[in-house]
Design a protein around this ligand. Structure first.
Ligand code: PLP
Length: 431
């Protein structure tokens, strides 16, 4: 969701006429920014970051720098611990030693190194598409691809799931095409909106596979069927799924055997692949048009070889290894069962994401702080506007490397803080 800054009316600007010593009217730039920050603070939305130091070989343990002690991380998006996998580290060391630190330019200005070309081939093959294109991050991949494609199609209408990520929303907004927001994962509503447009109007349906805050999964096959019926392209963000779903880690579309029905698959290397960078995989023309027109692809330095090498190694590893996926799913199943047994209110997610519902912003922050200070467990509080008011939660993401002892300690820690803070248990929690 977009962060809103306070609006300064002309009246409020005029209300305090001040002049500099040389008679220029004073403009209180700092004051405007302070006002914006104070608004966030007043609404309890001001973000502070914990300083945590990850240590190779210790995942999911990290150092809480402020308290100078080790804590167990329970909210990492390095979902499979690949950020410390030996094959990924080796590939990155080699790339750094052989090819240096940076890419040296945009893809057009000598930055088109061989590792990034190999990576794009690997991704195209992973997703069974003609081609792939790598971006500096998943946010830019979404923003610039959607903006470019939508702007290019005459009279295009975009259909966007109401829970889509900020990067998709921004790309859609920047394209200025007509947009229709459909209720989350609601096929009937999507069809109702699709029906309103003539069949010969270009259309694109933008949605995600795994939604990161609720952990629910889109009906990809059915969305693609609607897309076919109403002549629409499909754009699927698999950021929270690649590496983890499907026999080769290509995502939920692979698991559901519908990869060929999705026109554009978007992903990141920053979550289950443990590195950084984003990508799309699609048909030859789509890849070529984004490569040729997208500002966020053309006018920025290429992903450096060291990151591309790490990503390539991670993608290749998870293409052939099922071990991490199996172990993660086993841990997710165990933890969900244990949390339910203890009455801890969790959303009924069908993915690896377990939202523990608190339902109050202040309590959510206190629960997170208590878990850290007294149980040496870190799960960050998730408050409005990331989730709706009343939907405040702790978002737990078990990895293959969390041990049974760590999981039991998390359950005990949650029980303790829920009791001490008088947070409602499962019976009173909305499903
Ligand atoms: N899409 C979704 C659904 C996300 O949750 C995120 C990031 O958190 C992104 C895209 C952006 O990916 P990246 O972190 O690689 O920029």
């Amino acid at each position: 969701m977009q962060q809103q800054c306070p609006v300064h009316t002309q009246e409020s600007v005029n209300a305090t006429p001040q002049v500099e010593s040389d008679n220029r009217p004073a403009i209180d730039y700092g004051g405007y920014f302070e006002d914006a920050l104070n608004q966030l603070k007043g609404e309890g939305r001001y973000r502070t970051f914990k300083q945590l130091e990850r240590k190779v070989g210790a995942f999911p343990i990290a150092r809480d720098v402020e308290r100078n002690r080790d804590v167990v991380i329970w909210c990492s998006n390095d979902y499979l611990g690949m950020g410390q996998h030996q094959s990924v580290l080796n590939a990155m060391h080699h790339a750094l030693d052989d090819l240096g630190a940076g890419a040296g330019g945009t893809r057009n200005i000598s930055g088109n190194h061989s590792v990034i070309v190999d990576l794009e081939r690997e991704l195209a093959s992973l997703h069974h598409k003609d081609g792939a294109l790598v971006f500096v991050c998943g946010y830019v991949a979404n923003e610039t691809t959607l903006n470019t494609l939508l702007s290019m199609l005459p009279g295009c209408v975009v259909f966007s799931d109401e829970k889509n990520h900020a990067s998709m929303i921004q790309g859609i907004r920047n394209s200025r095409v007509k947009k229709q927001i459909f209720r989350h994962n609601d096929l009937a509503h999507l069809e109702e909106l699709l029906k309103e447009e003539p069949l010969d109007t270009p259309k694109l349906i933008a949605f995600e596979s795994v939604y990161s805050m609720d952990g629910d999964i889109a009906p990809i096959k059915e969305v693609c069927e609607l897309a076919k019926k109403y002549n629409a392209l499909t754009y699927l963000d698999e950021v929270h799924a690649v590496g983890m779903y499907g026999d080769h880690g290509a995502g939920v579309a692979e698991r559901d055997q519908v990869m060929d029905k999705v026109d554009i698959i978007q992903g990141t290397f920053a979550k289950a692949y443990g590195v950084m960078g984003g990508y799309i995989a699609a048909s030859r023309e789509i890849i070529d048009v984004v490569r040729s027109y997208a500002s966020g692809f053309i006018f920025t330095t290429a992903l450096p070889p060291v990151l591309a090498a790490g990503a390539l190694s991670s993608v290749r590893h998870l293409r052939q290894s099922q071990y991490e996926r199996d172990q993660q799913q086993a841990n997710v199943a165990y933890l969900k069962t244990r949390l339910r047994e203890e009455g801890i209110p969790i959303l009924d997610s069908v993915s690896h994401i377990i939202p523990v519902m608190v339902g109050d912003p202040a309590l959510c922050k206190q629960a997170s702080d208590l878990l850290l200070s007294e149980h040496y467990i870190y799960v960050q509080p998730i408050n409005y506007p990331t989730v709706p008011k009343g939907g405040e939660r702790l978002r737990v993401t078990p990895t293959p490397l969390h041990t049974r002892e760590m999981q039991d300690a998390l359950v005990a820690g949650l029980k303790d803080v829920f009791t001490r803070l008088n947070i409602r248990y499962a019976s009173a929690c909305p499903a």
